[in-house]
Ligand binder design. Structure first.
Ligand code: NAD
Length: 364
């Protein structure tokens, strides 16, 4: 198979972790006889430094013409970086929001599961039989509160800020379809999360999701209010299979879900459009505090590359091989700094970002 991949290494630890994901993809090509062509493009702070804007038309063009996009992370330390002295529309994160819109990446899939080998890092209370959850958050990414009209102006003598949450039925329907399709490949349960006791957008959301559910009689649908969901995620995450929710609720819940695994450096994500096109990036940010030290954990980016193989290229065996190699690397005791327990480290071997990438490649 021959594929083209646009690569946005980005800022901070981005280049370090993307390099390791690239090594893993090269190893997959070598083993299974595929060819991937990479094109490097800039986005975020590095694009501001080079071109004065966080996202150029050229980057959008290369991404659109590629089969998929692999991304590290963008942004810097908001307190010290000059990028954050610019007006909001010119800051690194504005580039990412614009790219999501330009590529019509309306569905963000974020798996959160507990690796058996890292179960000790899970901050949740112990449970009889051990903690064992495996869920996916399916977040709407190009609508809702983050894309509605916003302004700050003086109204009746008071400075007033307004943000608008907008969803139309088509935007809800297409993300609901992605959620039910995802559930069909998993445990066939969808929890739709909203705030239907208060918000009109949520009431429409609930109605449209129920309509889509009628096309998937094998999938069990339940509805949950977002405040309850935030609680249930720390109380009993085992109850969830696929959670589908709007942009802002998904933003918050997916970060919460990532923390209950105990290791932000492990969590992958896929942002999907219609068809097979997608952008794949770790759930974490650019970690400016450890950039350049060679100690970043590359696993979230490697697992994101595995999602690319699975969702954009339909290479299930290859994706399984990468997932299995990550598991085996952990089972063999290799750990990046963030995965090292505070106490007893016997049987574990500390690895740099690059060494951990090598260990994973060796196991494919
Ligand atoms: P962060 O996720 O970058 O870092 C939070 C903490 O986790 C830090 O202590 C960091 O060192 C650690 N960490 C994160 N990834 C790690 C990894 N792979 N290995 C080891 N440790 C890791 O969040 P932040 O500090 O709030 O944000 C930093 C910058 O990243 C900001 O500019 C923010 O806007 C940006 N950001 C970008 C994205 C993205 O590119 N999609 C997402 C979130 C945040």
């Amino acid at each position: 198979m021959e594929k083209t991949i646009a690569v946005i290494a980005g800022d901070g630890i981005g280049p370090e972790i993307v390099r390791e994901a690239g090594k893993v993809l090269d190893r997959v090509c070598e083993k299974y006889g595929h060819t991937f062509h990479y094109t490097d493009v800039l986005m975020g702070g590095c694009s501001i430094d080079a071109f004065g804007v966080p996202l150029t038309d050229e980057t959008i063009r290369v991404c659109k013409e590629s089969d998929a996009v692999l991304m590290g992370s963008i942004g810097g330390d908001a307190a010290t970086s000059p990028w954050y002295k610019l007006e909001p529309a010119l800051r690194p994160e504005a580039g990412l929001l614009k790219l999501r819109k330009a590529l019509n990446l309306y569905c963000n899939l974020r798996p959160a599961y507990l690796f058996k080998e890292l179960a000790d890092s899970c901050p949740l209370a112990a449970k009889e039989g051990g903690r064992n959850f495996d869920l996916v958050i399916c977040r709407e990414l190009t609508g809702g509160l983050y894309f509605g009209e916003r302004y700050t102006r003086e109204i009746d003598g008071l400075v007033t800020a307004v943000d608008t949450a907008v969803y139309n039925e088509n935007e809800i329907r297409r993300i609901a379809v992605k959620a039910f399709e995802t559930a069909m490949k998993r445990n066939r349960r969808v929890t739709s999360v909203d705030k239907a006791n208060v918000l009109d957008t949520s009431r429409l959301w609930r109605k449209v999701v129920a309509e889509v559910a009628a096309d998937y009689p094998e999938v069990e649908l339940s509805n949950m209010l977002v405040d309850n969901c935030a609680m249930q995620l720390v109380k009993d995450p085992e109850q969830f299979d696929v959670i589908v929710t709007g942009n802002m609720f998904g933003d918050i819940l997916s970060d919460e879900a990532s923390m209950i695994t105990g290791s932000i450096g492990m969590l992958s994500s896929a942002s999907l459009s219609d068809g097979t096109f997608g952008l794949y990036e770790p759930s974490h940010g650019s970690a400016p505090d450890i950039a350049g030290l060679g100690i970043a954990n590359p696993i979230a980016t490697v697992l994101s590359a595995a999602m690319m193989l699975r969702y954009s290229f339909d290479l299930q065996e290859e994706a399984d091989a990468v997932d299995a190699a990550v598991r085996q690397t952990l089972a063999d005791g290799y750990r990046s700094a963030d995965l090292m327990p505070k106490g007893d480290t016997s049987g574990l071997t500390a690895q740099s970002c690059s060494e951990l990438g090598d260990r994973i490649c060796e196991r494919i």
